[in-house]
Each structure stands twice: as C-alpha cells, then as structure tokens.
Write a protein that binds this ligand. Structure first.
Ligand SMILES: [Fe+2]
Length: 272
C-alpha cells in the first residue's frame, strides 16, 4: 500500500524512545573526519600555548596532558584553546555536524545554538575541576534544550560524567520540597550517589542529553586526562527561560528555514 499511516519513521521513534527512557543517547558522530580535524586543531592550539612540537598521536597527547602541565597551569591552557577554537568561523558548524542527525531527531531542524562551544579538561586527581551535581535548567536555561557533549578521548569510570536516570530524577523535586531550608543544605550527590549512572563514551562518539536531569562529574581517578566539548541546542521557536539565557545573548539562530525568515519579516498591511 502506498499510503502513509505515520508522521515519523521507525528510526525517529526508536531515537525518541531511547532518549525518553534514559535521558540521553550515545551515537557515533555523523562526520568522523570533521571530529578528527577539530581535535587536531585543539592539539595544535595546546602546543602553541605550551610552545612544544606537534605530537605524533593526538589522543595520546590529550590523555597525557597532566604529564606536561600542573593543576595550576591547566586553566590558562584551556582558555587559550577555547578562545582559539571559538575564533574559527567553522567551530560551531563543525561541532553541530558531529551530532546533526541526533539533534534533528530529538530537537528539530530549525535550531538555535549556544554562542560558544565549551571546553572542559579534568586531569587525574584534580579536585578543582569537578562539577558538582546540578541541572542546567536551575541556572535559567530553557528546558527545551539538549546538550551535545563530545569527548576528545575515550571516557569511562570517573573520567566520564554521570547522569541521574529520568525515573529517579522525578523524585528529586518532591524530596527537596519537604526540606525546611528549601534544600540549600541538602547534599544531592550523597542522597543519590548509588543512583548515578556514569556514561562511557568512546572517542568518535557523541552524547546528547537533557540537562533537566541531574548530572556532573567527580574527581577523575583514572590515569588519563579527560577532554570534552559541550554546546547547547534548542528549537529556534521554543520559549526561552530568562533574559540572560535568551536568543541573541546565549543562543543564536543557526538553521532557520526560508519560510520562517519570510514569516518573521512579514508586516501585515495596515489601513484597511
Ligand atoms: Fe550541566
């Protein structure tokens, strides 16, 4: 029969089911050559900062960065790489291309994207770079967004980030609302530490997750340094939750379709 019963494909339905069940999906990047080239530029910028020669193996160089810099020096290196990367006009288009099929399946194809691609580095035993348990929507980001999170090296165990599964996440609000001080003194990590799920992601894969879910990282107790990129994406025409994190300031339109551009510029005739 040539008639179509559904608006979505089986593949889209499966992606949605997995995202809803787990709060995230991990997939191979859509463009491995783009990821390799992006990572190579990150290594080049790091070597520029360190005034050293380019390494033979980009992955080994990044995994072993703690052998070259101290905890006190890593943020200056990170900022040099972050600024150099974001100065390239190709930075955000390339970054989106890595997860384009997932983002289009989960969010849509008319997108607004965070203005910068963020870079994180967590060296082994570095207490200063841990990210306490949090949900991005608590800092006024839109609940309609997803985070595209891409490691530049394999991540696993404490070198990875953790996420609280959706069914457990649903208990957080209720649990905190019963606390006298509104939960300010409540140790969320301690309360849920057996429920967090560390998400292993290999180099060559990307993780797209909902930042409504509690997530964070702990001290990296592996023998390798973690390098990861992250950037937020939301549907262009979704509501924005605050003046600080709104379209134009925090996100910019990146893939508006021509009919939307015509619609946005339309002025109804007056004087009838
Ligand atoms: Fe976050």
């Amino acid at each position: 029969m040539a008639l179509i019963e559904r608006f979505t494909t089986a593949q889209e339905d499966e992606l949605a089911r997995e995202f809803l069940a787990n709060g995230y999906v991990v997939r191979d990047v859509d463009d491995r050559a783009a990821l390799d080239a992006l990572r190579h530029e990150i290594v080049r910028l790091a070597c520029e900062h360190l005034k050293c020669d380019l390494p033979a193996d980009d992955g080994a160089f990044l995994n072993g960065i703690h052998q070259r810099v101290t905890v006190a020096e890593i943020n200056a290196l990170r900022l040099h790489v972050f600024n150099g990367l974001n100065a390239h006009s190709w930075c955000r288009p390339t970054y989106l291309s890595l997860a384009r099929s997932i983002v289009e399946g989960v969010v849509g194809n008319e997108l607004a994207m965070q203005n910068k691609v963020n870079l994180s580095v967590q060296m082994p035993n570095d207490e200063t770079s841990t990210l306490a348990v949090h949900a991005d929507v608590w800092s006024a980001e839109t609940p309609y967004e997803v985070v595209e999170w891409t490691p530049l090296v394999d991540v696993y165990d404490t070198k990875a980030m953790y996420i609280l599964r959706p069914e457990v996440n649903r208990t957080v609000r209720e649990r905190m609302s019963t606390l006298k001080d509104g939960g300010r003194e409540f140790d969320l990590f301690e309360a849920y530490k057996d429920e967090f799920h560390w998400v292993p992601v290999k180099y060559g894969q990307t993780l797209v997750f909902s930042p409504i879910l509690l997530h964070g990282n702990v001290r990296n107790d592996t023998a390798e340094s973690r390098w990861s990129l992250n950037c937020r994406l939301t549907g262009l025409f979704t509501p924005y939750a605050s003046d600080e994190k709104c379209l134009g300031r925090f996100y910019t339109p990146v893939t508006p379709k021509v009919a939307s551009r015509i619609g946005m510029n339309f002025r109804a005739p007056e004087g009838f």
